[in-house]
Design a protein around this ligand. Structure first.
Ligand code: SF4
Length: 287
């Protein structure tokens, strides 16, 4: 832990107890922080495109994503929540307050694509789907079906891990009312497209949670030079399509209702429905 960060205005990390300000500066010892103090920061859509294109590996890509500042509205929202908008039940914790980096296995056969971080979930913990009810539903299923080491994901540094799977998102910053604008989605798209570039040859399937993630994945695949069926396949739960990478490798595109409380509390998406899809992805992954 950087001694300059100790003192007032900090709160202890829930696992390590080390003090951090909110938002968390890169390269200061936060568990699983992919960035360092020298990681280049994208401040515009053009810089997102350039830094995504020049990222030579997934570790470099995640580091650059995690410090991005290209969308003024989202930067303002994520940081204002982190500084002064914390939920009362988390008031004693530091808030990550930065874009959510991908989480999971760098040699994944399956990419799970979410929509965007939640203000008091990933924006607090710094890990995808960690710290909210959507994540509780998702990780319980990932554990039951053998993808996750533990049934819960609480905080970075808690020992959670994924084998064969990696979680990414269409938009990496928490948006107000969980609703990114189309301009923000477009600005963030090169990060996902580069992720497909770097991971594509080893992928067997892309599991998209919700229609926005589905559309973002199809667009990112096209930008990465993949062949996408025309007309564009329409999102639906358990709908499948086949995408083809520039090297001719086939990757399954699979739809799943989002794990949001709106869907899980109403029974639109049940644990059994998600388990079925995740078990089925084993077949893709082993094939
Ligand atoms: S949403 Fe994406 S492009 Fe916009 S600031 Fe966050 S990481 Fe950068």
């Amino acid at each position: 832990m950087d001694s300059s960060l100790e003192g007032s205005g900090t709160a202890p990390h829930p696992v390590t107890g080390a003090p951090f300000p909110s938002p968390v500066p890169p390269g200061t010892g936060w568990p699983e922080d992919p960035a360092g103090r020298d990681t280049p920061v994208a401040g515009s859509a053009e810089e997102v495109r350039a830094l995504a294109r020049s990222a030579g590996d997934l570790a470099t890509l995640e580091a650059r994503i995690s410090v991005c500042r290209a969308c003024p509205r989202l930067v303002d929202w994520r940081e204002s929540v982190a500084r002064s908008g914390r939920r009362a039940s988390f008031a004693d914790q530091p808030y990550w307050g930065r874009p959510g980096p991908s989480f999971g296995d760098p040699r994944a056969r399956v990419l799970l694509v979410g929509l965007a971080p939640a203000a008091n979930g990933t924006n607090r913990t710094g890990r995808m789907f960690t710290g909210d009810s959507s994540g509780e539903f998702l990780y319980a299923s990932l554990h039951r079906t053998g993808w996750a080491a533990h049934p819960v994901s609480v905080a970075t540094g808690d020992g959670q891990s994924l084998t064969g799977m990696r979680i990414v998102a269409a938009v990496r910053c928490a948006p107000p009312a969980n609703h990114p604008t189309s301009e923000e989605r477009t600005t963030c798209a090169p990060w996902l497209s580069r992720e497909l570039d770097l991971a594509g040859g080893g992928l067997a399937a892309l599991l998209c949670l919700g229609g926005i993630a589905w559309d973002a994945t199809v667009s990112a695949a096209r930008s990465a030079g993949w062949v996408v069926p025309r007309p564009k396949p329409r999102f639906g739960h358990a709908v499948r399509a086949t995408l083809v990478t520039p090297s001719g490798h086939e990757v399954a595109l699979v739809g799943c209702y989002h794990v949001s409380p709106h869907n899980t509390y109403t029974g639109r998406l049940t644990p059994a429905m998600l388990d079925d899809l995740l078990v089925g992805l084993r077949t893709d992954s082993d094939g």
